[in-house]
Design a protein around this ligand. Structure first.
Ligand SMILES: C[S@@+](CC[C@H](N)C(=O)[O-])C[C@H]1O[C@@H](n2cnc3c(N)ncnc32)[C@H](O)[C@@H]1O
Length: 182
């Protein structure tokens, strides 16, 4: 899947999220990816084919990355895509549930496009677990960026958990929320 507007070329193994076409939520996140020259540790939580982390590698030239998904096929796709688009970058790939096994207080920035369909039941159980794990894994002052459909109301749960939640960007359908670990 070539994405010339983001100067990326992406492969997807079987059953990986948005296998045939770029998800519109992911696209909106790519368009609003922050940038920094600082040597940050960035985690792509629920990385799928790795697009968010790979795009962030372009806007964070000195960052290192941890790419995490519960799906072996997703992590295999992310590994291949990272190597293809940023062969010289330090990246750690892990198949795990949310951030199980990832150290406390180790991340400066976590990117998250949570799953929102679970066996056809719409629920936010996994998303909420991801938010809790993100809080544990972030350094003090680190930030979590979450994209979701507006109707999912993630801001309520994020504000309760982090004590703060602001909107980085929004359109008719999606909102990108930003929480800081204090
Ligand atoms: C909405 S997709 C986002 C994929 C990619 N980050 C993007 O933005 O295009 C959600 C991802 O979360 C992963 N996921 C679902 N449950 C998970 C869990 N318990 N732990 C880690 N990842 C999970 C899915 O495999 C899927 O790749």
């Amino acid at each position: 899947m070539p994405l010339p507007e983001h100067r990326l070329d992406i492969v997807n193994h079987a059953s990986v999220f948005a296998r045939d076409k770029l998800d519109i939520g992911t696209r909106f996140f790519l368009e609003n990816m922050p940038a920094s020259d600082e040597p940050k540790h960035i985690i792509d939580l629920g990385c799928g084919n790795g697009l968010l982390g790979i795009a962030a590698a372009g806007t964070h030239p000195n960052a290192t990355f941890t790419m995490v998904d519960e799906s072996f096929m997703a992590v295999a796709s992310a590994e291949q895509n990272f190597a293809q688009n940023h062969p010289d970058r330090t990246t750690n790939f892990q198949v795990t549930d949310c951030l199980t096994g990832i150290a406390d207080n180790c991340a400066d920035l976590i990117l998250n496009n949570p799953p929102f369909h679970q066996q056809n039941t719409i629920g936010d159980f996994i998303a909420v677990q991801m938010f809790k794990d993100a809080k544990r894994t972030l350094k003090t002052g680190g930030e979590l960026l979450v994209i979701g459909n507006r109707h999912l109301g993630y801001h309520v749960k994020l504000k309760r958990l982090f004590g703060n939640c602001t909107t980085l960007a929004s359109n008719k359908k999606f909102v990108i929320l930003r929480c800081i670990k204090r």
